[in-house]
Design a protein around this ligand. Structure first.
Ligand SMILES: O=C(O)CCC(=O)C(=O)O
Length: 289
């Protein structure tokens, strides 16, 4: 599944691109079934993971800086919706927000459909990647009625590097404006990224601080409604967001981010750092040798 020149041109001019049918309906079903198996295993485990909340609606990112989050880069970890006080309940009884950040390594089904998937390499070669790796993968739940919004951002705000980064985002259900599809500010990747989350030394672990919070103009966003199994390619600098799921339908998505390692420096200020584990910055291919 290589991209043709017209698709590459469109990606370069808009900062995002929809590629239909990256996953078949059977593969979407398989990924959903596997995540439910992972959740059941976790519920029945005697070593249940401690868990944390995740809220992508707010800008200060405070609740995303717990040790549990900061050490999740090479693991499978569980993040729950950050509910209002009124709705609040035990962490593990809350709806899940996401499972992250190394599904692509620790789980064979997710691995086969990301790291070891031929279509991934073909797409990346069409975009000129020489030595790419998966720096993070996430299963994002936007549950009916409760799935929260993701505020406008560029992925490069969280993944700082001198080289390219591309997000591969696949909804496992049709994504529409009512169940929380992505919205983009087309062409915004041509502007320099303005805000950055940087690690800072605090207490006995590192936390993140936002440098230069940015304002966004809501009128510039266009919805990107796509079918289950379609692929949305997201340039690291393009501004995008998703709204709360106000519908009766879930909107699950699997996504992973790919960074170029050839002639590129990964910032030491990123929250996500190589740990030496093969689950960390897992290599996809190396055309430099
Ligand atoms: O799945 C979503 O709603 C948002 C995903 C997103 O913004 C991202 O992966 O960068």
């Amino acid at each position: 599944m290589s991209l043709n020149q017209q698709q590459v041109n469109q990606f370069n001019s808009q900062g995002f691109l929809v590629v239909p049918n990256f996953y078949s309906p059977e593969q979407c079903k398989l990924l959903k079934a596997e995540i439910h198996r992972i959740i059941e295993d976790e519920k029945n485990s005697t070593h249940q993971s401690e868990g944390a909340t995740f809220n992508a609606e707010v800008e200060d990112g405070k609740q995303n800086t717990e040790k549990y989050f900061m050490e999740s880069g090479d693991k499978i970890r569980f993040f729950y919706e950050d509910l209002s006080e009124k709705e609040s309940c035990e962490l593990q009884d809350r709806p899940l927000n996401k499972i992250a950040h190394a599904l692509h390594w620790h789980n064979n089904v997710f691995k086969q459909l990301s790291l070891d998937y031929n279509k991934t390499s073909s797409i990346l070669r069409s975009l000129g990647y020489v030595k790419p790796s998966i720096c993070q993968s996430m299963y994002i739940f936007k549950r009916e009625k409760v799935g929260g919004a993701v505020r406008p951002h560029a992925d490069g705000t969280f993944l700082m590097t001198s080289g390219p980064v591309v997000g591969l985002w696949m909804p496992l259900e049709d994504a529409t404006v009512t169940n929380g599809c992505l919205w983009f500010e087309p062409g915004s990747h041509r502007n320099e990224i303005q805000s950055f989350y940087e690690r800072t030394e605090e207490s006995n672990f590192k936390t993140m601080k936002l440098r230069n919070p940015q304002q966004y103009d809501d009128s510039k966003f266009v919805p990107c409604e796509v079918k289950a199994g379609d692929l949305v390619l997201i340039d690291k600098a393009v501004i995008h967001k998703s709204e709360k799921n106000t519908s009766e339908k879930p909107r699950d998505a699997f996504t992973f981010h790919v960074n170029e390692n050839y002639n590129a420096d990964w910032s030491k200020l990123n929250w996500l750092q190589p740990t030496g584990s093969p689950a960390s910055f897992s290599k996809i291919y190396d055309d430099s040798i």
